[in-house]
Write a protein that binds this ligand. Structure first.
Ligand code: AMP
Ligand code: MG
Length: 479
């Protein structure tokens, strides 16, 4: 499809007026394309050549409205670091229409009614991070919002210093947040709350549309999706950093990329967000926060579903989480032939050993994916040998009960344990090059993000441990 053949729809605008505000994007000055995502263009049915046209650049800049576009910002509330904020909303994201069930949104395209004191902009640095990381999470098989394009500009934006503005054209099957429900619950607008629940069901859980007790089943489904997402983040070593309820997707997607990080060295206590002094959103605390956030959602839904029923639905969360997590870890370890108790113990011991040795998380599993009894490459990853030896003894024992051959296990593990994750020092390299007008690192990281299990021999240096100077750093929220 050519750009001028596209017809956008706006299903969200059928919701009550309180759910959104119409707003026109404010384009950036002197824009240029940094990257376009051809895979997402295909999902949308947009011709690849169109991505490199002037019209496309105008489109991403909010300067060219496609047929049917009726731009708006969504209203929501949320718990930020545990404190309720009654009104947040899209302060710098403008929805520009829906195509093939994907909702298009320009992040950084100017102020909206919900901007508060913000300028409605996103700087290049944070936009590169979101653009690459959403693709990386998707590439790892974890549900995420994605992006169609990233543009830069000469538009000056002030943070702690002068920077330049950028826009990411984000796409998602849903932009509804836990906080969207909290907004209407807090205002006691129960009609709107129901309308929103019906909308979210139709959008993300259509099989529940005619179920008796559909709102209860909806909550149960969201809890299930959240448990799965948390298990996936833990298994891959992803620290989101700002798990406020306004950044929690009702569809169980990874949403709103800010000061996130992939683990360098394994550490449950790792905190990627500089402003998170007490570690509320530390790596190890994410599954608990998932539940805390579901409790906030439960509270918001209690005007339309019996409280006791919601509570018993939430009781299932911990078991679901542990079930998913164990399954993912068994896969990472190449274990087949279910040995539930034994495997649980093996994973517990693994985590204890990792917490003690703190090896590079990604490199450990990738190295283990070629383990054939020869231990030197694994032993090198930790300072002491004894804990690794002790765990490998148990692992060797357990492998005797596996059905697959060594080759089969290696092949499966190499498809499960990525060679690359986009660590912050790699993203920083892409940012610094881009700030000088060189987008080749963005391009290289994008390719890695799309296929993190492939060898990419030209990028071998990114497969090693993080250089000491860049390890386990914290990032600021200012973006
Ligand atoms: P975040 O921490 O990025 O999820 O943002 C929290 C809230 O602040 C959301 O409502 C954002 O839309 C809003 N916000 C963040 N940065 C800006 C900005 N530069 N201008 C306007 N609103 C912003
Ligand atoms: Mg947010």
């Amino acid at each position: 499809m050519k750009l001028n053949e596209i017809k956008l729809t706006n299903p969200y605008l059928e919701l009550p007026r309180e759910c959104y505000t119409r707003v026109e994007p404010t384009p950036l000055e002197n824009v240029f394309l940094i990257h376009a995502n051809e895979a997402v263009a295909s999902l949308l049915g947009i011709d690849i050549e169109e991505l490199y046209s002037d019209a496309f650049l105008d489109f991403v800049n909010g300067a060219l409205a496609l047929e049917g576009s009726d731009p708006f910002a969504m209203c929501y509330a949320g718990h930020q670091f545990g404190h309720f904020v009654p009104r947040l909303g899209d302060g710098r994201a403008i929805n520009i229409g829906t195509l093939n069930h994907l909702h298009l949104q320009l992040k950084g395209a100017g102020q909206t009614r919900y901007s508060r004191s913000g300028d409605g902009r996103a700087v290049l640095r944070s936009s590169i991070r979101e653009y690459l990381m959403s693709e990386a999470i998707h590439g790892l098989g974890i549900e995420s919002t994605r992006a169609l394009a990233l543009i830069g500009s000469e538009h000056k934006v002030y943070r702690e210093v002068w920077e330049t503005g950028a826009i990411v054209l984000r796409v998602s099957p849903s932009w509804i947040r836990f906080g969207t429900f909290e907004y209407f619950a807090h205002k006691k607008r129960y009609k709107e709350l129901e309308a929103l629940a019906d909308y979210a069901i139709a959008e993300s859980y259509p099989h529940l549309a005619d179920a008796p007790d559909k709102y209860l089943h909806f909550f149960t489904a969201v809890a299930g999706k959240t448990a799965r997402l948390m298990a996936e983040w833990q298994a891959v070593g992803f620290n989101h950093g700002v798990m406020n309820t306004d950044n929690m997707s009702i569809a169980g997607l990874t949403l709103d990329y800010g000061p996130f990080a992939f683990l360098d060295d394994y550490d449950l206590q790792y905190i990627c967000n500089h402003t998170d002094q007490h570690g509320r959103y530390s790596f190890g605390n994410q599954p608990n926060i998932g539940k805390w956030n579901l409790q906030a959602l439960m509270h918001a839904l209690s005007p339309i579903v019996q409280r006791e029923k919601l509570e018993s639905a939430l009781e299932g969360y911990a078991d679901l989480y542990h079930h998913h997590y164990l399954e993912l870890m068994r896969k990472k370890l190449g274990l087949d032939a279910l040995k539930e108790e034994k495997d649980l113990e093996l994973v517990r011991q693994l985590l204890r050993m990792m917490q003690e040795l703190q090896p590079d998380y990604t490199l450990f599993f990738r190295t283990l994916s070629r383990y054939d009894g020869e231990r030197s490459s694994l032993l090198k990853l930790g300072l002491y040998h004894q804990p690794m030896h002790a765990w490998l003894e148990r692992y060797d024992e357990r492998l005797k009960e596996n059905r697959s051959t060594l080759q089969e296990r290696h092949r499966a593990m190499l498809r499960t344990n990525p060679k690359f994750v986009l660590k912050n020092y790699m993203l920083q390299e892409a940012i610094e090059a881009a700030q000088k007008g060189d987008f080749s690192v963005v391009d290289a990281l994008f390719r890695i993000a799309q296929d993190p299990y492939a060898e990419h021999p030209q990028h071998e240096r990114w497969a090693g441990p993080t250089p000491d100077a860049f390890k386990n750093q914290k990032l600021s929220c200012s973006s």
